[in-house]
Design a protein around this ligand. Structure first.
Ligand SMILES: NC(=O)c1ccc[n+]([C@@H]2O[C@H](COP(=O)([O-])OP(=O)(O)OC[C@H]3O[C@@H](n4cnc5c(N)ncnc54)[C@H](OP(=O)(O)O)[C@@H]3O)[C@@H](O)[C@H]2O)c1
Length: 242
């Protein structure tokens, strides 16, 4: 995710990683510098973006907190209170991004918080808003949102793959099937945005009464599509700390 964020921002970064080569290759790609460790990044950065695993919160804070001016976390299952405890007295921000931030088409969730420093709050919000669509939610809902938008790219890729495979079974070459399916996803996303996210209206426009799409939709319902997505969210929330 660190790499996806940096690619989306497309400006020089200061970065560190336990595997030095990984940090070096990121700095070589987007510009900036790979530093020796987290403390060095914290000492020089205006904002430290935490991109490690949730279980590493305390260990990383021990290195970063003494030096950091401000901290933005993208850690799943790590509420604002836990961040404030790890970074006492520092402005802390909680975001959850999604992989398409890399192409500035991501959904990003921000946990709502009281004002810390008006100018910094605005600057940090604007920074993450560059990556796509920023939605502010109550901290308690951030992990639920993560189960939709942060896991979403994997789900959408699976849905696309399943459709392409269905086409292959009926003779469509995989490459052309993928072009058709992926462009349909992208175009439908844009259409939904322009229609105010009204999914039912778009669905009704395509599915004429008694028509072919209505039959296809009924087959998807029989296959348990809605229940499968609901189960997927439950599974994610049950394992958010894994
Ligand atoms: N993947 C997503 O789509 C997504 C979306 C939203 C939020 N998140 C959150 O983003 C965070 C990173 O997820 P990811 O999928 O990018 O995981 P990842 O690929 O495992 O990346 C974590 C990186 O942090 C490094 N790291 C480990 N210990 C560190 C330390 N002490 N200091 C600095 N860096 C350290 C890891 O190095 P090693 O590999 O050597 O341990 C690795 O390069 C997680 O907290 C996750 O909850 C992920």
């Amino acid at each position: 995710m660190a790499r996806a964020l940096a690619r989306g921002w497309a400006r020089p970064v200061l970065c560190a990683d336990p595997l030095a080569e990984r940090a070096r290759s990121l700095a070589a790609e987007v510009g900036g510098e790979a530093l020796a460790g987290n403390a060095d990044v914290a000492a020089r950065a205006d904002l430290v973006v935490l991109c490690h695993k949730p279980a590493q919160l305390a260990a990383v804070a021990a290195e970063v907190a003494p030096h950091a001016k401000a901290v933005a976390s993208i850690l799943a299952a790590t509420p604002l209170d836990a961040l404030r405890e790890a970074y006492p007295g520092r402005p802390v921000y909680r975001f959850i991004p999604s992989l398409p931030v890399e192409v500035r088409q991501g959904a990003v969730v921000q946990a709502a918080a009281l004002e810390q420093d008006a100018e910094l709050d605005a600057a940090v919000g604007e920074l993450f808003a560059e990556l796509g669509t920023l939605v502010v939610l109550d901290d308690a809902l951030v992990d639920v949102a993560m189960g939709l938008m942060s896991c979403g790219p994997a789900y959408v890729a699976l849905v696309a793959e399943a459709q392409v495979d269905a086409g292959v079974r009926r003779g469509i070459p995989a490459a052309q099937g993928a072009e058709l399916v992926v462009q349909t996803l992208a175009g439908t996303a844009e259409l939904l945005r322009r229609r105010g996210y009204d999914t039912t209206a778009v669905r009704r426009e395509v599915a004429s009464p008694g028509g072919l799409t209505a039959r296809g939709l009924a087959a998807l319902e029989r296959g348990g599509l809605r229940a499968a997505f609901s189960d997927a969210l439950d599974a994610v929330l049950g394992e958010a700390r894994a």
